[in-house]
Design a protein around this ligand. Structure first.
Ligand SMILES: [Zn+2]
Length: 234
């Protein structure tokens, strides 16, 4: 039901993943869980303030869904006044996010403007420590087949899948076909419908993101809890 960063974290570079299927940085590493589940974020001056508010709405939605699922506030986004090591800096110039917390680096949380607003919950999921569900080692062949004749994308996918096996944990969960951490095309290989529902789904409507009523999957929430609940008393 999910794929997340390892609890002991990473020590090398940060692994960037993007919604649009570009895998150019697949050899780099991943961060670990945010200490006490507190994600430090810096929103620089000059960003579209209206869009920053939508990002904040997305933060609140993740917090709410994790709280509702686990009964405990396991994660929280806190804005800080400057970029720096152990801080994820928001930008609207790229569409990729570093995975998890990395104490020795200033990381990025990139959501490429309003045109890609539907990917905002997915990118924030990366910031929390979630990886691409379709890159789990046990992802079904129907996912592999979605790459079709695109050999470059298929080779990159296989490379990422091997890296995922080494750098991420499934925490004993099963593959989750409803994870929002899949690309839409790969999710489409699994299900008749991947519409966003209260049980999660891959295709999130931009309107859902603006109003904050999108849903992660139960598997996404399960893995986040398995990463972060050791910080709490439950
Ligand atoms: Zn991604």
């Amino acid at each position: 039901m999910g794929l997340g960063c390892k609890r002991d974290g990473g020590t090398a570079m940060v692994y960037r993943m993007s919604w649009d299927g570009k895998f150019s940085e697949s050899e780099t590493n991943v961060g670990g869980p945010w200490p006490n589940g507190v994600v430090k974020v810096f929103a620089p001056e000059g960003l579209d303030r209206e869009y920053v508010q939508i990002v904040r709405t997305t933060f609140r939605r993740w917090e709410h869904c994790v709280l509702e699922y686990w009964g405990v506030q396991l994660i929280k986004f806190v804005e800080v006044g400057a970029a720096g090591n152990g801080v994820a800096t928001l930008n609207f110039a790229s569409n990729s996010a570093d995975i998890g917390y990395f104490p020795g680096a200033s990381t990025k949380l990139g959501v490429y403007g309003k045109a890609n607003i539907k990917s905002l919950p997915h990118e924030v999921g990366h910031a929390l420590g979630l990886a691409h569900e379709h890159e789990r080692d046990d992802a079904p062949d129907s996912v592999l087949n979605t790459w079709g004749a695109n050999k470059m994308a298929l080779d990159a996918y296989k490379l990422n899948k091997r890296n995922s096996t080494r750098k991420f944990e499934t925490y004993g969960t099963d593959f989750d076909p409803k994870s929002i951490m899949m690309y839409a095309d790969q999710a489409a290989g699994l299900m008749d419908s991947v519409d966003n529902t209260r049980y999660g789904g891959c295709k999130i409507d931009p309107g859902h993101v603006v109003s904050g009523d999108w849903n992660p999957s139960m598997g996404d929430l399960e893995v986040l809890g398995r990463i972060y609940r050791h910080y709490s008393t439950i």
